[in-house]
Design a binder for this molecule. Sequence first.
Ligand SMILES: Cc1cc2nc3c(=O)[nH]c(=O)nc-3n(C[C@H](O)[C@H](O)[C@H](O)COP(=O)(O)O)c2cc1C
Length: 170
Amino acid sequence: MKFAYRLLHPKVAFLLVTKHEERTNIMTLAWHTPVEYDVLAIAIDRENYSYELLSKSKEFTLNVLPINRLDVIWKAGTMSGRDVDKISELNIKLERGVKIETPHIEDAIAFLECAVRDELKLKEHSLIVAKIVYAWADGRYFEETWKEGCGVPMHVGKRYFTTNLKHYEV
Ligand SMILES: Cc1cc2nc3c(=O)[nH]c(=O)nc-3n(C[C@H](O)[C@H](O)[C@H](O)COP(=O)(O)O)c2cc1C
């Protein structure tokens, strides 16, 4: 039962960007779900530095890097912004937000700008409900859906990732 949650994977591995005043951070996030067409929810550990920033700013971006950036995806999910400046350490270039103050990753293949609407505090994690206020995706990877064979990184569990290789049509 300890690993039951992994039955819900694979899940697209996002990089969550948070900013409050002069402090900006990135972390890897795979626990997310749509809840309305323009509303999503993320689950985030309240110990994470990113939680501290987003609970103050009430906004964040979710960014996707291609599978060939797996090293960044892994490192952003295994180091804390409290100990290291992950943005300079991982050479992440940020771009000004379109509708919000929080930036997104310059070479992301897709990003979502989100405004926090609600929070449900569970034991260790908070479920953060947020409205999608702006979205962009690279047409080479996404056109109404993620394209077959595109290299979107999905977390399977542990150190394993996969990509969506094959579409089956009904
Ligand atoms: C593939 C992957 C997915 C992750 N998904 C989540 C997640 O959905 N929620 C969460 O709270 N932490 C998640 N983590 C862990 C955080 O990214 C990790 O604790 C990070 O060091 C927190 O960084 P921060 O303290 O700079 O915010 C994930 C880590 C990896 C490697």
